[in-house]
Design a binder for this molecule. Structure first.
Ligand SMILES: *[C@@H]1O[C@H](CO)[C@@H](O)[C@H](O)[C@H]1NC(C)=O
Ligand SMILES: *[C@@H]1O[C@H](CO)[C@@H](O)[C@H](O)[C@H]1NC(C)=O
Ligand SMILES: *[C@@H]1O[C@H](CO)[C@@H](O)[C@H](O)[C@H]1NC(C)=O
Ligand SMILES: *[C@@H]1O[C@H](CO)[C@@H](O)[C@H](O)[C@H]1NC(C)=O
Ligand SMILES: *[C@@H]1O[C@H](CO)[C@@H](O)[C@H](O)[C@H]1NC(C)=O
Ligand SMILES: *[C@@H]1O[C@H](CO)[C@@H](O)[C@H](O)[C@H]1NC(C)=O
Ligand SMILES: *[C@@H]1O[C@H](CO)[C@@H](O)[C@H](O)[C@H]1NC(C)=O
Ligand SMILES: *[C@@H]1O[C@H](CO)[C@@H](O)[C@H](O)[C@H]1NC(C)=O
Ligand SMILES: *[C@@H]1O[C@H](CO)[C@@H](O)[C@H](O)[C@H]1NC(C)=O
Length: 777
């Protein structure tokens, strides 16, 4: 008992001392501002344009933007030469011109009033304030009549936190757009609910959550506790604490106490700790104490160079370049990314592909976003890409050929020379191909190096690991179902020695074959099955074999002979939905797309609710929807997730996360339920509606991320934009979009069940207006 008690007491003491330092900081000297006080952009007489804290270090009021003669409402360090801004209000509204006042109204609201007496709130306090105070630590607060704190600038940080301030759980800091544009920029420091503190690039204008692909720094504390927050003490000690106030990670060490400390996400994406010291002559100096990304490695920060371009380091500076056959989107700003200089061959025009070549990109790698991976050799990998009009580049490694379409994201040097990268170039682009791209040796830190390695590794294996353990089911044997058991020899013969490769999915490679009775089959050779999982295999195969639905690919039989594990499916002549949507000449019309959406929804409903054992698919995406000769959609690869070994998903840290179709639960510490399929279905439904990928470039900024664009169009009532010139029935379009938005809600409880989805699609129930999907938590 005794040791347990002392731990409790220690914790208790720690809590007291922690909260007392905060109290000390917060209730240190303050300047009180009474109701009725005001500030003005044009100070006259007693009217000022800002209030100073007692020490004179911090100011609250109108911050002049020198170049444009405009103002922001903010808090800044008054004594630094550049008057460092540490907090600002209404950042995404245009800066203010002359003639504004800030008023602490007699009715207890803090407002901004323009010359026409139009009022905008600055604070969002619901109770009326009776006093405002500006503290010496830079916190501006409002109190009610009981002296309870009702609003504080420390609780709504913009791009910085100060000594004594914390970044609360689920809050983030966002960089400015540029030195002179204070709007929300493209870099975020996010205190994630999963306890990880991450620094990430966010596609401009995106409102959706961050994926692991976009993260370039992390505290590596995934799953480290509940309600974890980032704290900066008055001595410059920056650390993470959990709900019990116990320290789970130190980020910086304690420094001298006489400075003011500030941690900021800069416009270039670095997260840095600054110290500001008062010098003898009364000015304040600034110095950098710590940086998340070393200034020696500027290219580590993602998103510095846009889509299809790569970052090259020049000592501590960097520059962005286009690969062979590509040119800058904006000649004056190479960081905006690159576009093709040549015109694509028409799909299906085999002669056109002759004028194209696969140009090697030495020591280059990018975020693998392949739409298809096949096992082959390098020569046929290149040829395969040339013959495939959707293919823009390939990464070849360990006999695996990963075909990519544009955009290529986060291109960077591959020091290990693990993969061979090729990019498809034609026409005008080829004239340049003699100019060999030379990667200059770049010294990245070993940690980043490992990051690259791990990301390649993870991508390849991640799909094996994402699955859900389902309730144990009866030990029925495969023989109980009407599945046929094949010998390996039979299947070898049927596939002509596994010759015709149809593609490679997460679970193995698929080959085309024909049974002696003339039935066309697809044979899936499973890889990475759990060891000694013989019983498991039998029972899973039985489960899959018992599924009968017109929207599911039919399992005909299996082979379970020594180490060979194969599944035999009916062959689907029209390929995958991914091909159908993206290849122009095959694109289904609106009525067909509506039928396809409904068919898939019915198939999923069956898996979730109507078959004997619930099956969560876990990998719903257009590549896993096959189409028969009548373009009837059929879900494939269901039931396989469970076959692939123990759940290791949750142990992954930094690089875990979604790859587009995966629900937020996968990268938060939340239970995995059938709702993950509903989410993926929602994303796919939008792709079916719009006949495009969820991420696309060469379109206007606001259209890059499909989910955001659809939501914007929906909110503005401009749905017709989504289908361009196509003739569609307006209310049917609206119905599908609304279903998609409901399915995509971040909060799984808000998503409908597949049964509900089917009735909504069939028009049997009224669909309420969906909220913004990323705000549903
Ligand atoms: C400011 O107001 C608080 C609360 O009413 C009070 O405790 C404090 O003494 C005041 N400070 C000054 C400098 O007037
Ligand atoms: C100060 O500003 C307020 C609000 O704009 C205005 O009503 C008041 O007349 C001004 N006082 C002086 C002395 O200029
Ligand atoms: C600042 O940047 C945002 C986003 O890029 C843009 O919409 C806005 O117009 C810019 N504001 C100014 C004043 O240039
Ligand atoms: C998380 O911690 C903050 C204080 O840091 C507290 O205000 C908040 O209520 C906590 N939230 C939960 C859900 O525990
Ligand atoms: C907080 O501390 C209590 C008692 O030591 C412990 O039971 C609980 O699990 C802790 N909670 C967290 C989130 O660490
Ligand atoms: C963080 O540093 C403090 C000393 O400043 C130490 O007591 C504590 O154990 C450290 N926490 C961790 C998680 O390393
Ligand atoms: C004040 O002193 C610091 C260092 O002592 C110096 O860098 C700065 O230029 C001085 N500023 C002025 C205005 O003299
Ligand atoms: C870095 O390069 C950019 C152009 O690419 C240039 O404008 C800037 O001055 C350089 N910075 C340094 C510190 O050399
Ligand atoms: C990278 O590997 C390929 C083949 O594996 C080889 O042809 C090439 O020369 C290597 N490049 C470097 C820079 O080592």
């Amino acid at each position: 008992m005794a040791p347990f008690h002392s731990v409790l007491i220690l914790l208790f003491l720690a809590t007291i001392s922690l909260s007392s330092t905060r109290v000390e900081a917060q209730f240190s000297a303050s300047r009180n501002i009474s109701l009725g006080s005001s500030l003005s952009t044009t100070p006259t007489g007693n009217n000022q344009s800002f209030w100073l804290s007692p020490s004179g270090n911090f100011a609250f009021g109108f911050y002049p933007l020198s170049i444009t003669q405009t103002f922001l409402v903010g808090i800044w360090l008054e004594n630094t030469p550049e008057k460092t801004l540490v907090w600002f209000a209404n950042r995404d509204s245009p800066p203010l011109s002359n003639g504004y006042s800030i008023i602490l109204n007699t009715d207890g609201r803090l407002i901004l009033r323009d010359s026409q007496t139009q009022e905008t709130p600055i604070s969002d306090n619901s109770l009326p304030a009776s006093l405002a105070s500006l503290f010496d630590n830079g916190n501006f607060v409002l109190y009610n009549s009981q002296s309870h704190l009702i609003w504080a600038t420390f609780d709504s940080p913009t791009d910085s936190i100060l000594s004594g301030q914390s970044l609360k759980n689920a809050f983030n800091l966002a960089s400015k757009v540029s030195e002179s544009n204070y709007s929300t920029g493209k870099y975020r420091l996010v205190m994630q609910v999963d306890a990880n503190l991450v620094l990430a690039y966010v596609v401009q204008g995106a409102k959706t959550y961050i994926t692991s692909d976009d993260v370039y720094w992390s505290s590596d504390t995934y799953n480290g506790g509940t309600n974890v927050s980032l704290n900066l003490d008055p001595d410059g000690h920056m650390y993470l604490i959990d709900a019990n106030s116990s320290n789970i990670k130190n980020i910086t060490n304690s420094q001298a106490r006489r400075s003011i400390y500030r941690a900021t996400v800069g416009i270039e994406g670095n997260f840095q700790l600054f110290s500001h010291n008062l010098e003898a002559n009364g000015t304040m100096s600034s110095s950098i104490i710590w940086s998340a990304i070393s200034e020696q490695n500027p290219c580590e920060i993602k998103g510095r160079c846009g889509f299809n371009s790569y970052c090259l380091q020049k000592s501590t500076n960097y520059s962005c370049h286009c690969p062979v056959g590509f040119e800058s989107i904006n000649q004056d700003d190479s960081s905006q990314g690159c576009k093709k200089k040549f015109v694509d061959a028409e799909c299906g025009d085999k002669s056109g592909s002759n004028s194209f070549e696969m140009i090697p990109l030495e020591n280059t790698i990018w975020i693998d976003n392949s739409y298809e991976a096949v096992v082959t050799n390098e020569q046929s990998c290149r040829q395969d890409c040339l013959n495939d009009c959707e293919c823009a580049a390939v990464l070849f490694q360990d006999q695996i050929c990963s075909k990519q379409s544009l955009p290529l994201r986060y291109m960077m040097p591959d020091f290990q020379n693990l993969t061979n990268a090729f990019i498809k170039v034609g026409g005008n682009g080829l004239k340049q191909s003699q100019n060999k791209m030379l990667w200059i040796g770049i010294a990245l830190t070993i940690s980043f190096f490992i990051l690259v390695l791990v990301s390649v590794f993870l991508f390849i294996y991640s799909r094996y690991r994402r699955y859900q353990r389902l309730p144990k089911q009866s030990k029925s044997r495969a023989e109980d179902s009407n599945l046929r058991s094949f010998s390996h020899g039979e299947l070898e013969k049927a596939t002509g020695g596994f010759k015709e490769n149809l593609g490679r999915g997460a679970f193995g490679t698929v080959f085309r074959g024909q049974l002696p009775n003339g039935v066309s089959i697809a044979v899936k050779k499973l890889e990475k099955i759990v060891e000694d999982g013989e019983k498991e295999f039998q029972s899973e195969v039985t489960t899959i074999g018992k599924t009968h639905h017109k929207n599911l690919v039919r399992l005909l039989g299996y082979c379970d002979e020594s180490t060979h594990r194969l599944l035999v499916y009916q062959f689907m002549s029209n390929g995958s939905l991914a091909n159908l949507l993206l290849k122009r000449e095959m694109r289904p019309n609106w009525a067909q797309r509506v039928q396809i959406s409904l068919g898939i929804a019915r198939g999923l409903l069956y898996l979730h609710e109507e078959c004997e054992t619930q099956i969560i698919h876990c990998d719903i995406k257009p590549q896993n929807i096959l189409l028969d000769e009548k373009k009837m959609p059929k879900i494939s690869d269901f039931g396989l997730a469970k076959l692939m070994g123990p759940d290791q998903t949750r142990t992954m840290t930094v690089l875990r996360g979604t790859r587009g179709y995966w629900a937020p639960e996968w990268h938060k510490n939340m239970p995995i339920t059938a709702k993950v399929d509903v989410y993926s279905y929602g994303i796919m439904l939008l792709e079916i509606i719009c006949c495009r990928k969820r991420l696309e470039i060469g379109v206007a900024d606001e259209e890059i991320l499909l989910s955001d664009w659809v939501n914007d169009c929906f909110e503005r009532g401009e749905l017709e934009k989504l289908v361009r010139e196509e003739e569609v029935e307006q209310c049917e379009l609206e119905r599908l979009v609304m279903v998609g938005l409901w399915c995509m809600q971040d909060n799984p409880n808000m998503r409908p069940s597949m049964r509900k989805v089917v009735s909504m699609l069939e028009g049997l129930v009224e669909i309420p207006r969906p909220p913004n999907p990323s705000l549903s938590e």
